[in-house]
Design a protein around this ligand. Sequence first.
Ligand code: ZN
Length: 411
Amino acid sequence: MRAWTPPEIPTPTVTGPAVRVHDTATGGLVASDPTDGARLYVCGITPYDATHLGHAATYIGFDLLLRAWRNAGHDVHYVQNVTDVDDPLLERAEKVSVDWAELAERETELYRTDMEALRVVPPQQLIGAVESIPLVIDLVQRLVDAGATYELDGDLYFSVTADPAFGEESGYDTATMLRLFGERGGDPDREGKRDPLDCIVWRAERPGEPAWDSPFGRGRPGWHIECAAIALEYLGEHFDVQGGGSDLVFPHHEMCAGHVQVATGRPFARAYLHAGMVGYDGEKMSKSRGNLVFVNALRNSDIDPMAIRLALLRHHYRSDWEWTDAELFTAVDDLATWRKAVALGAGAPAGPVAEEVLAALADDLDAPRAVAAVDRWVAATLGTDGLADTSDADAAGTLLAVLDAALGISL
Ligand code: ZN
């Protein structure tokens, strides 16, 4: 499917250093310095509702990785999916009496406009689950051929015991896996399964649900096999980073890794990156709790999308934190102050700030550290920390370029 229009991004005056990121599987910082083009897969939305700030924080987090790689001189190949057929979407469509495909297209379009407004660089391929069904069928067939599946009342299951490396992505013990599997769409208690953690790769047709023909009967893809098939097709084997929110550590990313390990004999991704959860009113922002703050609602209130982005960037992508309206209003004020400083043209020396911004982002995408460096430059330029410093005649140009290239903030 169509992605969205990419922002025009300036080139910073200095090259960024090699990028290091936190890998969930190893639990440590790993050098993410691809030699042959950087390949990134980020799990996309299930389009049954508008983009909330938790989504925005996740996609902006991975946007920082893409920008850090580019600034270090790498070509980036970025793929994202849209789960445009799945249980939550079908349930919502039925509840509001709208055709599921129509609901998916409407919410996907809203997502595109939100991402564009937030200056998130689009993936080269934005791939829907429906359009990837032939890829899914091919990958399921490989799992069948490998003897890694079994049928239960028409549904086709993946045997987690077929993958000797199962569990290495999340590092969770069995009790934790069982709990999270039950909480996040799995069916650990279904009778007849060989292992409670086995997951569906092809779900047999249910009355009233969309279904497609396949060698395994009419049905539709499981969620995990969808991402596995799309990433394998468009990025190839053993790509650099799979990303998503931390609620995807298990079962989603573990299952993707399992499917691909069995089908190809190689690990799925080199590193697994996970963004923290954003809370609101004391709880994780989620549909079921009804405490969502929508990006388009803020935009409709005439909030500058750059202020939304700046408010999100003041938190590290891996941290769990709570959104407050006060932080958004502070970001609106900060943006006005930053604009006042760059409007002067000359300012405090900007070269070291540009280097600090790029270094911070190369160090596990430390946006708060990068933003703090910009704050210090603004204070020095405006003289709010003493005497105004206008010793660098081209300061504003240098700063504007690095701000946009590395942080995605266009002033
Ligand atoms: Zn995914």
